[in-house]
Design a protein around this ligand. Structure first.
Ligand code: AKG
Ligand code: FE2
Length: 285
């Protein structure tokens, strides 16, 4: 299916999938010329930037900001943090905006004004199971709708062979045994694990592969457990990921018909909640 064939019915199905499974795919959102531009731009970045062994499982962790955001940040550019006008182009992409509107994603805004370049080099290792949510103490963690999502595109077609994404549907709202053995995502503790037979890399009976075509939009809830297969090819496999906030917490989506948890209905803004990557009781078994 191409993005042009997107009907209200399939939009509704995709929105339901994002809510209940924690992710959804909108095929063919990013096209040329921006797709080609991002492909060659990211390739150039990786020719300049050495792989930091700390990020061997993610492949890289390069944060690129819009020039406006960069100016506010007032920091020295490094290989890992810099700005480029292409970021604004991606964030402003009309097809992406339309896809979000069609899905009923309201108040979508860039979290941090940047994107992250994640690249599995040729024959790169797998990425461990993890979830990226950082606000588990906050009642937001109990939201039955997404509040933090990534909007991502792979720069090449992905398959199990070159390290496609894997997800365990539903784990954004439900704790499973795997949660018990996972160190927090992207911390020195998980980065230090050297054994590829460790359970953080294991296959899981409920996991599914998410092979994508370059330019397909994948939207996922930050709370979802995901991982990636190793790259067994001699070609780099790159991902452009942009974090976004969605819906104005504590307000539910305008189309929400389900229950609103008490902790959200009674929520008073102004409290302070220490940020943490460790799931709280807001993620029930
Ligand atoms: O490499 C991928 O496909 C996913 C990357 C990811 O989830 C992360 O780095 O947090
Ligand atoms: Fe992730």
């Amino acid at each position: 299916m191409d993005y042009e064939d997107f009907t209200p019915d399939s939009a509704r199905r995709k929105r339901n999938q994002l809510v209940s499974d924690g992710f959804t795919i909108v095929p063919g959102v990013l096209g040329d010329p921006l797709l080609s531009e991002l492909q060659s731009w990211s390739q150039d970045v990786f020719e300049r930037v050495p792989v930091d062994p700390r990020y061997r499982y993610q492949g890289s962790d390069i944060h690129v900001y819009t020039p406006d955001r960069w100016q506010l940040m007032d920091r020295e550019a490094t290989h890992q943090h810099f700005s480029d006008p292409i970021v604004q182009k991606l964030l402003d992409q009309p097809e992406q905006k339309q896809a979000c509107i069609d899905l009923g994603l309201e108040d979508v805004r860039s979290a941090g004004g940047g994107l992250i370049l994640l690249s599995k080099p040729a024959f790169g290792p797998p990425l461990y199971w993890h979830q990226d949510f950082m606000n588990w103490n906050h009642p937001e963690a109990a939201a039955p709708w997404p509040t933090k999502i990534f909007l991502s595109y792979y720069m090449s077609d992905t398959t199990r062979e070159n390290g496609c994404l894997r997800v365990i549907p539903g784990t954004h709202r439900r704790r499973i045994d795997l949660h018990d053995v996972l160190p927090n995502a992207h911390t020195p503790e998980i980065q230090a694990i050297d054994d590829l037979d460790h359970p953080i890399f294991a296959d899981h009976p409920d996991s599914i592969d998410v092979p994508l075509n370059s330019g397909d939009l994948i939207i996922a809830d930050a709370r979802l457990l995901h991982a990636a297969w190793p790259n067994q090819t001699d070609q780099r496999r790159t991902l452009v990921l942009a974090w976004h906030d969605v819906f104005s917490f504590p307000q539910p989506p305008s189309w929400w018909e389900g229950e609103v948890p008490d902790v959200i209905r009674d929520f008073e803004p102004g409290g302070s909640f220490e940020s943490t990557r460790t799931p709280s009781p807001y993620l029930p078994r």
